[in-house]
Write a protein that binds this ligand. Structure first.
Ligand SMILES: Cc1cc2nc3c(=O)[nH]c(=O)nc-3n(C[C@H](O)[C@H](O)[C@H](O)COP(=O)(O)OP(=O)(O)OC[C@H]3O[C@@H](n4cnc5c(N)ncnc54)[C@H](O)[C@@H]3O)c2cc1C
Length: 455
């Protein structure tokens, strides 16, 4: 039997759960946030969010959405030393030795560490009067009513206890337990339909280390190369630090000793990371994280969606980390949830999944199509995708000479515009002209700073 509790339960108090809880507290009389980790107010990495030790870029669209959810967040973070960077004039985007042309864009990204960002957002959410947090508590399953076709609560294990768990009833259970979410098996156990899952097995391995940064160096650098698929991100962070993340696909891992790690940086398609870290003071040992596959659970395609349960954030889609889209997708989903709630509670899951799919489609296509072309990543690409990837190579070539093309491309990368915007006639003409010129000049037109060092 469905009990009307005016209570929403949010599973997982990471960024996704926190942003969703903030929205739900406007509609439900009581919101309970349940988190397996014991939460500490200090901005330190924690067990349940292992990716928090690695570089996280907050894209311009994500920053805007978070600012809409938490007014003044950008200024609060900047006051704590977080670099605020213009995405075109203060980030070097380098692919195959070509750097996108610089010019102020007005689009702002933040160089906050993942733990600091989460801790500031958590402080705001925990101050909401009708919200309480149960940390150190694990959800072990869902309560359901087949007769009412609804999820009606969760089973909760407090402080490491065993057994079936106590029952906690709610009108809505929002599952933000991340990419390893067990929501699908929980729904299956109750006899509810479950979504199909699409995966891209990228076999990504990240190796990350912190270095001291000269405070005058605010630039952020990303280096990639589809032909030689290793990535490097060197992001200016609070505390006058660089966070350097080196990544390879198909299990290609950066060594964790000092010499091996530095030598791996030297193999990127541009030496910019190596040139800094060979002399910089390390502030931590390198740490590693494996990310086997990106996954998209197709809740929006379910022929029948039970009431009372919503998957959210990475529990719906875990994007390839190198494109930096996960936090932005979660923040945009919070705004979509707000809009859905403003239209009432009827068929909320179905309406939310449709809105979330509209948000996810673009970043998923950018990342899945980009990763799908990497050597050794399984899966076939359609002729349209191959054509678009070829066009994007030309966009990058042209964008290395033409700031207008660079600006148009970075609006797509930062999820401000869809990829189709790059096909507008005015942009397409500039792309054609610029890529012809770049090809004509060949590698000699590339930034002289950029010398690939393959060891
Ligand atoms: C290596 C890596 C790099 C990334 N880089 C970027 C980037 O540069 N930019 C970007 O925007 N995004 C990035 N992301 C994605 C980003 O980290 C996530 O999108 C973001 O954390 C939001 O995820 P989430 O809240 O949905 O889930 P998560 O952050 O995974 O959090 C899940 C939470 O649920 C809790 N939990 C799990 N199970 C239970 C349970 N049974 N009961 C109670 N609590 C539970 C966990 O402890 C955790 O707190 C990256 C991801 C990875 C893996």
């Amino acid at each position: 039997m469905v009990l009307h509790t005016d209570h929403a339960v949010v599973l997982g108090a990471s960024l996704g759960g926190l942003m969703a809880a903030r929205i739900l507290s406007d509609t439900y009389a009581q919101v309970t946030l349940i988190e397996r980790d014991v939460l500490d107010p200090s901005p330190e990495p924690r067990k349940g969010v292992p990716q928090g030790r690695h570089a996280h870029m907050l894209l311009a669209r994500g920053r805007e959405a978070m600012e809409e959810l938490f007014a003044g967040l950008t200024d609060e973070l900047v006051a704590l030393g977080v670099p605020k960077v213009d995405v075109q004039s203060q980030i070097r985007w380098i692919s195959d030795g070509r750097t996108l042309a610089h010019r102020p864009s007005g689009l702002v990204a933040l160089g906050s560490s993942r733990p600091l960002l989460e801790s500031r957002i958590r402080a705001r959410v925990l101050a909401i009067p009708n919200l309480k947090v149960l940390d150190g508590c694990e959800v072990s399953g869902l309560l359901g009513s087949i007769r009412d076709d609804s999820v009606i609560g969760v089973r909760l294990l407090r402080n490491g206890e065993q057994g079936p768990g106590e029952k906690l009833y709610a009108d809505l259970v929002l599952d933000a337990t991340g990419r390893a979410a067990r929501g699908v098996s929980w729904m299956q156990a109750l006899g509810f339909p479950v979504p199909e899952t699409e995966t891209v097995e990228v076999g990504l391995v990240y190796g990350t280390r912190l270095y001291r940064r000269d405070p005058s160096m605010m630039t952020t650098n990303t280096v990639m190369s589809p032909a030689f698929p290793r990535v490097g991100a060197m992001l200016a962070q609070e505390g006058d630090r660089w966070i350097v993340t080196l990544g390879g696909v198909n299990g290609d891992a950066a060594p964790l000793d000092h010499e091996g790690y530095t030598a791996y940086a030297a193999t990127l398609s541009a030496p910019i990371v190596y040139d800094v870290i060979r002399d910089a003071e390390p502030l931590s040992d390198p740490v590693r994280m494996r990310y086997p596959a990106c996954a998209r659970r197709r809740y929006e395609r379910l022929p029948h969606v039970p009431e009372g349960y919503l998957a959210y954030g990475d529990a719906i889609t875990s994007f390839s980390p190198t494109y930096g889209q996960g936090m932005t997708s979660s923040a945009c989903q919070a705004l979509a949830l707000r809009d859905c709630l403003q239209e009432g509670l009827d068929a909320l899951p179905r309406r939310f999944y449709k809105a979330a799919a509209d948000i996810i489609d673009i970043p998923w296509s950018i990342a899945a199509n980009g990763d799908g072309r990497l050597p050794g990543v399984p899966g076939k690409q359609s002729p349209q995708v191959r054509l678009m990837n070829t066009y994007l190579d030309q966009v990058w070539k042209a964008g290395s000479r033409d700031p207008d093309v660079s600006a148009a491309f970075l609006r797509v990368v930062n999820l401000m515009e869809p990829p189709q915007s790059l096909l507008r006639p005015s942009t397409a003409l500039r792309v054609l002209r610029g890529s012809l010129l770049a090809s004509h000049r060949g590698a000699s037109s590339r930034n002289p700073l950029i010398r690939p060092r393959i060891q």
